[in-house]
Write a protein that binds this ligand. Structure first.
Ligand code: PEP
Ligand code: MG
Length: 594
């Protein structure tokens, strides 16, 4: 039966495919596709885990102390029975053979299927057996995890998958680093139950440029493995099991948006110059050096934000060393062929944990508020050796291109001083070791209201500033950017937010310092004219957003826009409608898919 689920639109376009449910499990489960040649060994791993658990349960039963409760032994019998039941192991093999899921993923997918069947049972006793099934699966997953450690299998990677139907991913939540793993994957769309528009999971989805809906609350409970699903990433609707007419309508829209993209991509090599001759710098945000290719293809003139933290995630506590980091930064610098590459020092914490952890797990494990905790520069300064190591790696890469350094989340003068001292020490260490490096430009992210309010202090110490509007909005409005429950209050149009942004741009320009926006606002066509009106001349965004933003720039007259800015800033309720005073009606301004 067809039904709809509503969420937040975070990445434009329409995706149609079969649902692949990534179950949330108490055990950390890696999800990746295997090659055809690995099917047998993957099934062997499953079998070995089953044998190990059977002997574990047998030992438990044999060694049961006399004083143990009488129910325990029959319970272990139930577990053994479930363990050998074909509906668990047989069907799990099916996911491995037919879908090429790795064994852990296949097992958790089958758990999801069976758990629903248990939920629907009339008989209460049988319904409660779901918990037993979960325990058995958990034992199997743990046994497999031990096996992985013993046999030293390679780190999971997403492989090409030879299936026929397009696939969309449905999950309660996906950690940002896991999302990144799906970068070269087969999924044509994403749906998650939790998350806000600028949560890092949403940001990575946007960088993949495939339709996504987050904050869809019950989606992973309502949608079943293999259901046909339409994701409307423009408005945030998910249609499950669509009727043929609905499907046809969406296929039509899919074709339209592909045509529109093809049309826009022709602007790739057109210089971004406004009608009144203002040259606008369009840069990209990247998560890994390989993204530089997409940056150049999109016609970007540099990297405005390299989120280096993705290199630090999911490494089981082992952080990348100086040489590994240096190689990555050098690769990005060389790939950009002399264009600027702005490397941001590690910004972990908040919704970007070092280990594979979803937002929900984070919230439960750390009762404190992670967004206000030891994140970004605060973490770097608390780990001085690690911080200097990163600074040395970035400095060394400067010998191979135009590298710039960007520091996240600064708020205090003391943090500025400590950062600059760390940099000076890193430079000295490289000089002593006779390692080549250049003098590089240093920038500060303005993403805490405190920083925006004392901007002249920052401008005295840095060559440029970069507005991290995602966090600036979060901290100005006290709205967790990753929490779908308050997503309706996460309002970039709030006058306080606009005033902070406008002031920052104006003050930086007055002191002849570079200023840039690298938050999601920069790539959102709703804000292009407003930011131009404020005097912004440098934008950094996902490569896929460049063409649509450029189209607006080519039609803009910055003098006319600037003259109308006071009316927007003076409004009690600025909005997209009020921004129409900046230009022609929105519908006439752009017909680009958003
Ligand atoms: C921002 O906060 O706007 C930003 C660009 O940094 P991040 O999204 O990585 O926190
Ligand atoms: Mg930020």
């Amino acid at each position: 039966m067809s039904f709809q689920v509503f969420g937040l639109p975070v990445s434009r376009g329409v995706a149609i495919g079969r649902a692949v449910l990534v179950a949330s499990s108490r055990v950390d489960v890696a999800h990746y596709f295997i090659d055809e040649t690995q099917v047998v060994s993957e099934i062997d791993r499953l079998r070995a885990a089953r044998d190990a658990v059977a002997s574990e349960l047998g030992t438990l039963q044999r060694d049961m102390p006399a004083e143990a409760p009488a129910e325990l032994s029959p319970l272990l019998d139930v577990h053994l029975m479930l363990l050998h039941d074909e509906t668990l192991t047989g069907a799990t093999k099916h996911w491995i053979r037919e879908r090429h899921y790795n064994a852990e993923w296949a097992l958790s997918a089958q758990l999801e299927v069976l758990a629903r069947q248990f939920d629907e049972m009339e008989d209460e006793y049988l319904r409660e057996r779901k918990a037993d099934l979960e325990q058995v699966v958990e034992r199997l997953l743990r046994a497999m995890a031990r096996g992985v450690a013993l046999t030293g299998l390679p780190t999971p990677a997403v492989r090409d998958f030879g299936g026929e139907d397009p696939l969309v991913l449905v999950a309660n939540d996906i950690a940002p680093a896991d999302m990144l793993q799906f970068k070269r994957s087969v999924f044509t769309g994403f749906i998650t139950d939790v998350g806000g528009k600028t949560s890092h999971t949403a940001i990575v989805a946007r960088s993949l440029d495939i339709p996504a809906v987050v904050g869809a609350r019950e989606a992973s409970r309502l949608i079943r493995q293999d259901d046909w699903v339409v994701i409307d990433g423009d408005v945030g609707i998910v249609v499950v099991d669509p009727s043929p007419i609905v499907l046809e309508e969406y296929r039509f829209r899919q074709r339209q948006s592909e045509l529109e993209r093809a049309r826009l991509s022709r602007l790739r090599h057109t210089p971004a110059v406004t009608l009144d001759g203002e040259r606008i710098e369009l840069l990209v945000n990247i998560e890994q050096p390989a993204d530089a290719i997409a940056a150049l293809e999109a016609g970007a003139v540099g990297v405005g934000l390299f989120r280096s933290e993705f290199m630090f995630m999911n490494r089981a506590g082992e952080l990348p060393g100086e040489d590994e980091q240096f190689e990555a930064y050098r690769a990005a610098a060389e790939a950009m062929k002399g264009l600027p590459v702005t490397i941001r020092t590690v910004d972990v914490g908040a919704d970007k944990p070092l280990d594979r952890m979803s937002i929900n797990e984070l919230r439960h494990e750390h009762a404190q508020n992670p967004a206000l905790g030891l994140r970004a520069i605060r973490w770097s300064l608390s780990e001085p050796a690690m911080f200097r190591q990163q600074l040395r790696a970035i400095l060394r890469a400067s010998a191979y291109g135009k590298v710039r350094l960007l520091v996240p989340m600064l708020a205090h003068l003391s943090e500025i001083r400590l950062t600059l001292e760390a940099l000076a020490r890193a430079e000295q260490q490289l000089t002593d070791a006779r390692r080549p490096f250049k003098q590089i430009e240093i920038g500060a992210m303005i993403e805490v209201p405190a920083a925006a309010l004392i901007l002249p202090v920052f401008l005295r110490h840095f060559d440029f500033v970069s507005l991290g509007t995602n966090d600036l909005i979060q901290y100005t409005l006290a709205i967790d950017r990753a929490d779908e429950a308050v997503a309706h209050l996460y309002d970039p149009w709030h006058p306080a937010v606009l005033q902070l942004i406008a002031r920052t741009i104006a003050q930086a320009r007055a002191m002849q310092k570079g200023v840039n926006v690298c938050g999601e606002m920069a790539g959102d066509t709703e804000f292009t004219e407003l930011l131009l009106a404020m005097g912004l001349r440098s934008f950094s965004m996902h490569p896929s957003q460049i063409a649509a933003v450029k189209q607006l720039i080519l039609r803009a007259d910055t003098r006319r826009l600037a003259a109308r800015l006071p009316a927007v800033l003076g409004s009690d309720e600025p909005s997209l409608t009020s921004s129409e005073i900046l230009g022609p009606p929105v519908s006439a301004k752009t017909n680009t898919p958003r």
